[in-house]
Design a protein around this ligand. Structure first.
Ligand code: BG6
Length: 484
């Protein structure tokens, strides 16, 4: 199956923070891959903008180095690489002064798509927005892209939303949660709403509970300062896990269009009950055979920042009342594995008698790595000796099913940056969604602070703190294993 490339219209894209880590590691490599895929017309301009006083050639050198590191196979082709670099420019610019702004404004072409990517900390969102407006750079084809963290809590998110709203319409603001750009995360919607099979069973009558796991092996090296202020709740749960929860739990939108999808996600967030303090476990990785503990890494022997969270959430609506959602995420765990397990209820009555045991179906949606779907079904154990039942997996790996050219799905940023150019906001968070997610997260964090909560240590390379197992066991359930 060969992927279809739909060309986009000509555009100018300005990347503020163009020399920074995210731009070099994710945004520019994603643009390069889309260029290689032939998605662009000839007339495209990408302008890196940052404080460094580089010449355009120096910037191109920096970009070429990043591409060699992050897209090694394609960047070896010198003709392709130089074609891409020809479309790249650089403007030294200061968000806090007038330096560079007239130069930038003079380079943008009228009457075509114009996107400003704020690949900078949130404290610069306001100053950048103001200067873009002051220099008359906002046209009806203008969009801005902002990265997470979108605020630190509800108040700061509201302030950011208000700051951006003073200069741009909501329809011009693209708030990125890169999980929404992952192929398999989009697939969640297709599995649910493109098949007849699952949706009739997708409710508390048939689903016992749902587990959402985003386990990482990486630590926080190089991001110590940010992470100390953030922790897993703000860094992962408020955004990535919340988005997964929304896509799994939402009602079918009438259409796959930005507001229809985002309205349904918002309803899920607003229907979440506050989390009970005894329904949440915080952890912090301790030293293990494979590395330092969290406190050593951040150089703070008394740090109480969590690198792991497991919690039980309830959605109070007709579809989900009575079906808990268990969420967990952590750093330095045994394997990198993002998976959603939909655990169905037992059949209401076993015709095979007590000795056949209890069997329930389960649907696992593996988001990364080894993307695919497994449905656990019960069958007769082969051979004589009566009716013995066993569970077997109906296993589908997307790479195997779709062929080798789909082994390497596009990076989330490829999809998202092109959606900005196409003007499609479906996979971006709306301001009210972000605020609702903070409104649910804030009381949890405030509770920890009020109680002086100290996270439970867990060994690096393990599955997390033992208390997370207890959270499940108390309910007579078990986490599914964290497998690579
Ligand atoms: C980022 C978080 O948003 O997502 C990181 O800040 C985390 O802490 C990363 O490691 C995970 O993304 P991915 O795509 O590697 O699953």
């Amino acid at each position: 199956m060969v992927s279809r490339v739909i060309p986009v219209d000509p555009f100018d894209l300005v990347i503020f923070g163009g020399t920074g880590d995210l731009a070099q590691r994710k945004i520019l490599p994603a643009l390069f891959r889309r260029y290689c895929a032939g998605q662009w017309p000839a007339d495209v301009q990408i302008i890196g903008a940052a404080r460094g006083n580089h010449s355009p050639d120096k910037f191109r050198e920096i970009v070429a180095r990043s591409l060699h590191e992050h897209v090694p196979n394609r960047s070896k082709d010198t003709e392709t690489l130089s074609g891409f670099l020809q479309r790249i420019n650089y403007v030294p610019l200061d968000a806090m002064s007038e330096n560079g702004w007239a130069n930038l404004a003079g380079r943008l072409k009228d009457d075509r798509i114009r996107a400003f990517y704020f690949s900078v900390g949130p404290s610069l969102f306001g100053p950048l927005a103001e200067r873009i407006r002051a220099h008359d750079m906002v046209t009806k084809h203008t969009r801005i892209v902002v990265e997470k963290p979108f605020g630190h809590d509800l108040d700061s998110a509201r302030t950011l939303n208000a700051t951006l709203a003073a200069h741009f319409d909501e329809g011009q603001i693209y708030r990125i949660d890169h999980y929404l750009g992952k192929e398999t995360v989009q697939n969640l919607m297709v599995v649910r709403f493109g098949n007849m099979l699952f949706e009739p069973l997708w409710n508390s009558q048939y689903v016992d509970h749902i587990q959402i796991t985003v386990a990482e092996t990486v630590g926080i090296d190089g991001r110590e300062e940010y992470y100390e202020r953030s922790g897993a709740m703000r860094d992962m749960v408020q955004n990535h896990l919340m988005q997964l929860l929304c896509l799994i739990a939402m009602e079918p939108p009438a259409k796959f269009d930005p507001d229809a999808v985002r309205d349904e996600k918002l309803k899920v967030i607003r229907a979440l009950d506050p989390v009970e303090p005894h329904h949440i476990v915080r952890g912090q990785f301790a030293p293990g055979p494979d590395g330092l503990g969290y406190r050593e890494v951040v150089g703070n022997p008394r740090s109480t920042t969590e690198s792991y969270v497991a919690l039980k959430a309830h959605i109070s609506n007709w579809r989900w009342a009575g079906t808990p959602f268990y969420l967990r995420t952590g750093k330095r765990l045994v394997a990198r594995s993002s998976v959603i397990n939909v655990m169905f209820k037992d059949a209401p009555h076993s015709i095979f008698g007590e000795e056949a045991g209890r069997h329930a179906n389960a649907l696992s949606i593996r988001l990364q790595p080894n993307e695919g779907i497994t449905l656990k079904v019960t069958i007769k154990e082969p051979g004589p000796g009566g009716m013995r039942l066993i569970d077997v997996p109906l296993d589908m790996s997307f790479a195997e099913a779709l062929g080798p050219e789909n082994q390497d799905p596009p990076d989330a940023y490829e999809r998202l940056v092109m959606d900005v150019i196409r003007g499609n906001q479906t996979l971006f968070m709306r301001g009210d969604e972000v605020e609702a997610a903070w409104a649910w997260t804030d009381p949890v964090i405030a509770g920890w602070q009020a109680r002086g909560d100290v996270p439970k240590p867990y060994e690096s390379g393990s599955t997390g703190p033992g208390d997370a197992e207890l959270l499940m066991k108390r309910d007579g359930r078990l986490w599914q294993g964290i497998k690579p």
